[in-house]
Design a protein around this ligand. Structure first.
Ligand code: PMP
Length: 411
């Protein structure tokens, strides 16, 4: 029809705006070879080359772990590819049930519930709890991940944002809420872009004073912290003070899927009312079995966690030696600050082109404008030679782009 809305032109112009602002998302098309991580092959049109990956969330390399792969193979051979249905209609298998039991135990909770991803677990769980608790108010940390924000939005509950990692601001806001209303305090333990860690105990103190339930996203902490990989709350002995702990199986556990762990009643409530749980096919049993093997392994093995922390400290120290500015934090995430979207993109492209190093640039809206960065995630499988190559490449590009360095004395 003539004169109708031009959908293609509209999409193209929106994309051009993103490109002009330096915020268009390009991605590398990688192939990870079994056992070779952090090396991967990057396919760019017809060109292929080997690259070193420095921005993966497979923080410990568990996606390549022999126990995980063996469990996936064995389950695939025994059960076939898919779950065959939604969880409530034929899609619940032994692998799902065993994994949920393992996760409940990991967090010291009565029950756990699996979702397709960490994103879906936040969206569905917060969306359901906040929608169904009568006249609920959600207090959401200003730094919360999009999946929590979308879940809260979807619930249509009243939302108030408290200052990032600020229990005093949380308390001020809670004090103004009519007593008796249900309240959810939603926050994360390790924030993925700055790598800073929440004052969980203080937030729980405040929440408890106001009868609020606490919902903690430990996506960037499970597997990595705590004696059994139960996250920061486990490390700090706080798991029993959190109403809901949410995590992913796609990062430190190296596979895919998300979950919540909580009391039997809360889990059954979410299971019974969350559309994002009910109306979607269950994850394949082989995926659940692989994740289960990773969770089990990291409950008893500290080797990967110790090597991870050592590697992170080493990379940080080396960056400090050459004055490459990065945010200080107490986690495993090293945000190297560039502060300009086009330079960030350029450095990332040059790392790939000249040095065979892959670090995706992180630009607005994932991070605020002016704080564009390279988010570096060292892992136990990066070698000393990998680190040398990374440091030399960054030093070279910093000089080429004329970005300020931090003098050693100022560190
Ligand atoms: N929460 C946080 C804080 C995250 O960073 C992410 C993913 N980047 C998610 C949840 C979603 O987890 P998943 O990747 O398993 O969907």
């Amino acid at each position: 029809m003539d004169g109708g809305f031009d959908y293609q032109a509209f999409a193209a112009s929106q994309l051009n705006d993103l490109k002009d602002a330096g915020n268009y998302r390009y991605f590398a098309d990688l192939e990870r070879a079994r056992g070779a991580y952090p090396k991967a092959e990057n396919r760019d049109g017809d060109a292929r080359r080997d690259v070193s990956v420095w921005c993966s969330n497979d923080y410990l390399g568990m996606g390549q772990h022999p126990d995980v792969i063996a469990a996936m193979h064995a389950t695939l051979d025994r059960t076939g590819a898919g779950a065959g249905g939604t969880r409530n209609i034929s899609g619940t298998t032994h692998a799902h049930v065993d994994l949920e039991a393992e996760l409940a135990d990991l967090h010291g909770k009565q029950a756990a519930l699996l979702f397709t991803s960490g994103y879906v677990s936040n969206w569905a769980s917060l969306g359901t709890l906040a929608a169904r608790l009568p006249d609920c108010v959600v207090l959401s940390d200003a730094g919360n991940h999009a999946s929590m924000i979308e879940g809260i939005r979807h619930s249509r509950a009243e939302k108030r944002i408290f200052k990032h990692n600020d229990p005093e601001d949380l308390e001020r806001q809670l004090a103004s809420i009519k007593p008796g209303r249900p309240i959810i305090v939603a926050f994360e333990s390790v924030y993925s872009m700055d790598g800073d860690i929440a004052p969980i105990a203080e937030i729980c103190d405040v929440a408890e004073r106001y009868g609020a339930m606490t919902y903690l996203d430990e996506v960037h902490a499970v597997g990595l912290y705590g004696p059994r990989g139960g996250g920061i709350a486990e490390r700090e002995g706080l798991m029993d003070r959190l109403t809901v702990i949410e995590g992913t199986l796609g990062k430190a556990y190296g596979v895919m899927g998300g979950y919540i762990a909580a009391s039997a009643e809360i889990v059954d409530f979410v299971r019974s009312f969350a559309s994002g749980f009910i109306f979607t096919t269950a994850i394949p049993p082989a995926v659940a079995a692989g994740a289960c093997a990773a969770v089990r392994h990291l409950k008893t093995s500290d080797v990967e966690r110790a090597a991870h922390q050592a590697r992170v400290a080493e990379v940080r120290g080396r960056l400090d030696q050459i004055g490459i500015p990065h945010l200080e934090n107490d986690s495993h995430i090293i945000p190297v600050m560039v502060g300009d979207p086009n330079k960030c993109r350029f450095i990332s492209d040059e790392l790939m082109r000249r040095f065979g190093i892959y670090i995706q640039p992180i630009n607005y809206p994932t991070v605020p404008k002016g704080t564009e960065r390279l988010r570096i995630t060292p892992s136990p499988v990066h070698s000393a030679a990998d680190i040398d190559a990374l440091v030399a490449a960054l030093e070279d590009l910093w000089a080429q782009c004329n970005i300020a360095r931090v003098p050693l004395a100022a560190q």
